[in-house]
Design a protein around this ligand. Structure first.
Ligand SMILES: [Zn+2]
Length: 483
């Protein structure tokens, strides 16, 4: 039986000291106001999201403020500001916080196609301050709120960045202490007499080196009609590639035999700089190349496929359902990974669901094709996710990090450690460079613990999973970098 997996994970907070991206170009509808009676509430249960800053993709930690996803550091700063306002009798609420790339892509498509969101101007996907986690839309129409913010917000690191949008406030990004500053308590490990075995796993590959990657199509500087095929050839070390343009991820493929072919229908004509990045099986980037082309004419942009509950680059427990949001004119959806079909669904009423259980762990690039009744391709989408042990997936006992993931880089911050184990794993112990740093028996919660790393450089993290008899069931060693 297939069980929808726990697919969330905790990730370290990345506190960026860089100056925030301005979104002066960005205009948006004023979000709906919350009911006055809505209780102000901050829930610190962290979850991960894919954030963007100036087009650069990064994993950020989200908590919930007034039911809205907000980046954890921004949430801490906001909470301090809100408390101060409350003491002055002013009730500030968050109407909109963090925005996913898919949400931003939708707003951007609305602008390009002028068919939704009042055709409002929207920042390019990857470039909205709402994607960096720094921007909050606040209830400035409520009495006294805007006046209070104008006088006091700067003391808490918030300021307006879009002159036409009084509700849009942006945090400086400075490290803030607040209600979500603490980390979730690690589960208390049961005492165990089993010593950690000596390492049986060789350390994973060290610092990635540049690998040969050749863009086969399109040719640099070429002029094309819209609907452009991208193809790349590598020397065999690349497991999958991602294609992005202007910071927006538009495609992925693990089908080396087909030269990682992916067809892109651009939303706009003109010049496009497309970067092809090659990754290893653990989803670590090992090579990249950029090509500039010109799209002169051709078919209109495609409607965007929205995958439900799946975000590129995240780890998911094996055994889950692929599904898309409703789409006009789509009669069937085909899912594939590499050269293998994962399934076809014609279940329009339920989001074309297909249950999948992969037969090995690691990165998989899933291509989703939405077809019309006559078989015509309506739209295509690809993402890459990392498969980790799931419930009843039938694979041999294993333990895999869910957070961090191999090759991740962090500042000297507290890092959330999480691992997914096979059913037989009931307890895990974590090590950093051979020293025990935490343990957990909370299998349901993906064995969470946390640790602050001070020493910069390459660090070897190891997780050992024990079964109920205290025997070692599996282990994994990964490398991360502390900057
Ligand atoms: Zn805003």
């Amino acid at each position: 039986m297939m069980i929808r997996s726990i697919h969330w994970l905790l990730v370290p907070a990345l506190f960026q000291a860089c100056s925030p991206a301005f979104d002066d170009e960005e205009h948006e509808d004023e979000p709906e106001e919350l009911e006055e009676s809505t209780e102000a509430v901050i829930t610190c249960t962290p979850r991960s999201g894919v954030g963007y800053e100036s087009g650069d993709r990064r994993t950020i930690t989200l908590v919930s403020v007034d039911g809205k996803p907000v980046e954890i550091n921004t949430a801490n700063a906001f909470s301090n500001m809100r408390d101060a306002a409350a003491r002055a009798g002013v009730r500030i609420r968050v109407n909109s916080g963090f925005r996913t790339n898919e949400e931003q892509q939708r707003l951007y498509s609305c602008m390009i196609n002028c068919n939704c969101n009042s055709c409002n101007t929207a920042a390019r996907p990857g470039y909205s301050a709402h994607q960096s986690g720094l921007a909050l839309d606040l209830n400035t129409r409520n009495s006294g709120v805007l006046t209070w913010l104008n006088r006091n917000a700067s003391r808490y690191g918030f300021r307006r960045t879009v002159s036409s949008e009084p509700w849009h406030w942006q945090y400086s990004g400075a490290r803030a202490t607040g209600p979500c500053s603490g980390t979730p308590p690690a589960a208390t490990p049961p005492s165990s007499t089993t010593p950690p075995p000596s390492s049986t796993t060789p350390p994973s590959a060290s610092t990635p080196t540049t690998q040969a990657l050749e863009i086969v199509a399109p040719r640099a500087g070429g002029h094309y009609a819209n609907g452009v095929w991208f193809k790349a050839k590598t020397n065999g070390t690349v497991h999958h590639v991602r294609y992005d343009s202007g910071g927006y991820l538009f495609g992925a493929s693990e089908d080396a035999g087909a030269e990682f072919a992916y067809r892109r229908v651009f939303n706009t004509l003109g010049q496009h700089n497309v970067t092809v990045r090659g990754y290893d099986r653990e989803d670590r980037e090992i090579t990249k190349k950029t090509v500039t082309i010109y799209v002169d004419a051709g078919e209109a942009s495609q409607p965007e496929i929205q995958l439900v509950d799946l975000e590129d680059g995240m780890a998911y427990r094996n055994g889950f359902s692929l599904q898309i949001s409703p789409m006009e004119g789509v009669a069937s959806v085909v899912y594939s990974a590499g050269e293998y079909g994962l399934g076809v669904s014609r279940d329009t009423a339920n989001g074309f669901p297909v249950d999948v259980v992969f037969n090995e762990y690691g990165a998989r690039s899933i291509i989703v094709q939405a077809l019309a009744a006559d078989g015509r391709l309506v739209s295509q989408k690809a993402i890459t996710i990392v498969i980790v042990p799931g419930t009843e997936d039938g694979l041999p006992p294993a333990i895999r990090f869910m957070s961090p993931l191999p090759g991740d880089q962090f500042g000297r911050d507290t890092i959330q450690l999480m691992a997914a184990g096979s059913d037989s794993v009931t307890r895990v112990v974590y090590y950093a460079d051979g020293v025990e740093i935490g343990a957990s028996s909370d299998a349901e919660g993906a064995f969470p613990t946390s640790r602050q790393f001070w020493q910069v450089g390459l660090r070897h993290l190891r997780v050992i999973g024990f079964n109920q008899h205290g025997d070692v069931a599996a282990d994994q060693t990964i490398d991360i970098t502390i900057r």
